[in-house]
Design a protein around this ligand. Sequence first.
Ligand SMILES: *Cc1c(COP(=O)(O)O)cnc(C)c1O
Length: 409
Amino acid sequence: MKFSTKLIHGNYNLENTGATNVPIYMSNAYAHSSPQELENVFKGKFPGYVYSRFSNPTVLEFERRMASIEGGLTATSAASGMSAIYMAITNIVHPGDEIIASTGLYGGTYTLISNLQNIGVKVIFLEDISKKTLLNNINENTKLVYTETIGNPKLDILDIESVGRVCKEKGIIFMVDSTISTPYLINPSKYGADVIIHSTSKYINGTSNAIGGMIVDCGSEKYKNHRYENFQKYAEKYDKLAFTAKLKSTSGLDIGASMSPFNAFLSLTGIETLSLRMKKHCENAMKIASYLEKSDKVTNVNYPNLKSSKYYDLATKYYADGASGILTFRLGTKENAYKFLAKLKLILDTTNIGDCKTIIIHPASTICINNTEEEREKMAVYDDLLRLSVGIEDIEDILEDIDRALEAI
Ligand SMILES: *Cc1c(COP(=O)(O)O)cnc(C)c1O
């Protein structure tokens, strides 16, 4: 199947009841016909369900769909993007280990990774993740390189091919959050990513009616190396799927942040239109970025596909038709930014991205409020900066709203 067909039919696995949508199985538990059968399901010898914190038919369909469109071997869902990230990272790093991460990360992830220092993990943040900086920082304790395909809100474009190659050469697990790019724009598995993270709350769901997270396991031989001693017993038994095997019996199980079947259903409904939505998000974002660049009230318009962007070449290489629907710009002072926000009518001032609706936020006073000034500087979050998540409305209406708000300055 090709991509947009997979969005609708990929890995469909439910018994044939004739239902054209995946039913919502709101059941915590599953009865079995004999204790032997239940024992075998618990042991993983028989397929089946026992308790919805471990697995659920509706949730499993969503996991299978995500694995299908990412080209992964399997996927594990979570109650949110943050819980997915926490589960996936703590599945790999333990006290004494080192993690290399990018400073362009989503604020919540930046804080999560910084906090790993409290459990004895050494954290190295790099402003620019490249072959050179990675080779300078990888040592025998390095267990994980963690990045985003497109940083939120820095909008730095990862040279994923080169990072994938270094991680392959050094045998280091490469985990990448592809929430902003989505599988419509890029499949990180093709570039050597071992684990792909999604906050499905954003573009995957598309209409902001269900929080969710997904961990896609692309399979890897790296877990067999001496570096990953904690994975040995899983690698012997489950080979390339050692990551998921460990996740399902340790951090994933311990944390218990399972996705609700209802949220899985809503996200399965949303995902069917991902291709159409992403195409429109990209088109609208490019038009708005070009428009803002012409205004003398606006500076530093940051959209990777603009010629003025520092990431233009990388954007052209990986995202020739548009690097998602997010852009940032500056208005000189925080006061101007607030005046602009106050005048908007159509565009909603709210913390979120990836919705069909156009959304805007002042990151420094909201989503990045827990980061220090120094961290915010590294994350390219300034006092006069606004982040716009461009929706799929008619472009004329979005531009009219922006124009009116700019007049207030
Ligand atoms: C929103 C977001 C997250 C966190 O996901 P939640 O579903 O809100 O917990 C992680 N990474 C990125 C890039 C995000 O945009």
